[in-house]
Ligand binder design. Sequence first.
Ligand code: HEM
Length: 163
Amino acid sequence: MQQLVRDWLGPLTTLLREAAWSMPLGQGLHLLGVSLLLGAGALLYRRLLRSSHSEPAAAVLERLLPWMWIALGLLAVTGFVLFSAEPARMMRSPVFRTKLALLALVIVLTLLLQRRVRQGRETPEIGNAIAKLAGVSLTLWLAIAASGRLIGYDRRLLDYFFG
Ligand code: HEM
């Protein structure tokens, strides 16, 4: 599998390593995506966790969720570029794999949240279920951001925890 990825991505990997500007640009845009996603997320989850009641939840969701999907698109493209620069290291990294698994989970939860909020009925039970989903999603986004930052340290983390 690793061999296959390396052969398939080989030319792109070489190109990215040779162009001195490619990594700073990829990382810069990746971090811009993180800021957009967590910025829009903070405002959305604040409403869904009911610490603000300024607007109906569905209106806040329609305004902010598209920005989160746009940010996720940017993160997926730039993340693929960062991955392609060092595919073998990324494939071996347990932190990178955990990040992708958490990402798959939070995407499913976000789609569920979107469906629930769009149903439009704000009974206390539905409000509680939405608040729970929002709390778990926010925690997952933060864990994903932290794991992105920790990918570069996973050897040291493994040594620290498992000797
Ligand atoms: C959509 C798929 C994504 C892929 C394929 C991806 C991939 C990557 C890769 C390969 C790196 C470089 C790690 C290294 O060289 O050590 C990285 C860094 C990072 N990622 Fe992602 N990522 C994705 C989404 C996300 C999301 C959704 C977030 C935040 C919620 C995020 C936050 C970060 C952060 C904070 C870094 C560290 C950047 C730095 O230190 O310069 N990533 N990501």
